[in-house]
Ligand binder design. Structure first.
Ligand code: ADP
Ligand code: MG
Length: 336
């Protein structure tokens, strides 16, 4: 019954990834769709749609249908997933028609939000859908021994949220989330450039600035970047040179809120597990973990070892994919 027709999906706010047991990560695209406003037809998704952000004529809308880790626009998420299924069927040798899917749900998701995630995957053509707690998937993908009775701390800094979870014995013991992640950092940069230089820049430019010269540490070797935007006074195009120092300062508030969430979660940790954290530390995943200096800054602030997951952007989908084997086992056991 289970014939390689199984995939894991990470339906993230910023990126959607698909993992097949045989082939590993088979799809990695931004969670973006472009639609024709009149016909409501999907014109593009993923990288192609993301490249259109801020550049489209009025008759095209570019949407990110997930917000804060959950589905904000059900129909658009369904459309996006249908496109994804089409694409992976085209590219992969094995046909994955009517797949069994394991998909992640943020631990903070309500039952209605979980149901929406299940439904959206079913509507895109899946035969069966299983949900997995996202931090558990992230921990599995980061090679942590989640099944053991020890504290595994995962900090997942994604696009819309940062989620901090303590996992032991395969389940989430303590959990906190804030709606601050990479998107908020992009916004911080846009606001800073607007206030300081009267310059309007797009979110894609802001993201590029963050990735190229953003830094979590106040003390770091200075980097600069040339950016173009629209002068708010003259209305004309203008170029400015930005320093990593001012970008660091603009990110400071958001970084501190992430830090506070990590601290609060560690303080909530049951005493028996606290000792593990002192030795084993915490693991950073999600694209935000790739901000320069993030690992060093956090370890300075929280006095426990801070590790970076092997591939922060893929931890969740790899973990979901790996957990497929457990689901098969459970299903097989149940059938006995
Ligand atoms: P989600 O799970 O919400 O889809 P991801 O884990 O895919 O999010 O992370 C996406 C976020 O990570 C985006 O905000 C992106 O800008 C950010 N990001 C990716 N690479 C880097 C980098 N090198 N430096 C800083 N931020 C990064
Ligand atoms: Mg994620």
């Amino acid at each position: 019954m289970f014939s390689g027709n199984e995939i894991g999906i990470d339906l993230g706010t910023a990126n959607v990834l698909v993992y097949s047991k045989k082939e590993g990560v088979i799809l990695d695209e931004p969670s973006v769709v472009a639609i024709d406003n009149q016909t409501k037809q999907v014109l593009a998704f993923g990288h192609e749609a993301k490249a259109m952000i801020g550049k489209t004529p009025e008759k095209i809308t570019v949407v990110r249908p997930l917000k804060g880790g959950v589905i904000a626009d059900f129909d658009m998420t369904t459309e996006m997933l249908k496109q994804i299924m089409k694409k992976i069927n085209k590219q992969s040798g094995i046909s994955i028609r009517k797949p069994n899917v394991i998909v992640c749900a943020p631990s903070g998701a309500t039952s209605v939000e979980r149901r929406a995630i299940e439904d959206v995957v079913k509507n895109s053509g899946a035969k069966a859908v299983h949900l997995i707690e996202e931090p558990v998937a992230a921990a599995i993908g980061a090679d942590l021994p989640v099944d053991e009775p020890i504290a595994n701390v995962v900090v997942d800094i994604g696009g819309g949220t940062t989620e901090v979870a303590i996992i032991s014995f395969g389940g989430v013991v303590t959990y906190n989330t804030i709606r601050i992640g990479g998107d908020k950092m992009d916004d911080d940069i846009m606001q800073h450039v607007r206030k300081t230089y009267n310059l309007l820049i797009g979110e894609r430019t802001a993201e590029q600035i963050k990735m190229e010269i953003g830094h979590a540490l106040v003390d770091h070797p200075e980097q600069t970047i040339e950016v173009r935007g629209r002068d708010l006074v003259t209305g004309l195009p203008k170029t400015v040179i930005l320093s990593s120092y001012e970008i660091q300062e603009s990110l400071r508030d958001s970084l501190l809120q992430i830090l506070e969430t990590i601290r609060a979660t560690l303080e909530d940790c049951p005493a028996e597990l606290s000792g593990d954290i002192v030795d084993r530390g915490i693991v950073l995943t999600g694209g935000g973990a790739l901000l320069q200096g993030m690992q060093e800054w956090l370890s300075n602030e929280i006095f426990v070892p801070v590790h970076l997951a092997p591939n922060p952007l893929q931890s969740v989908v790899v973990g979901a994919g790996r957990s497929l084997q457990f689901i098969n086992k459970m299903t097989a056991d149940a059938a006995k």
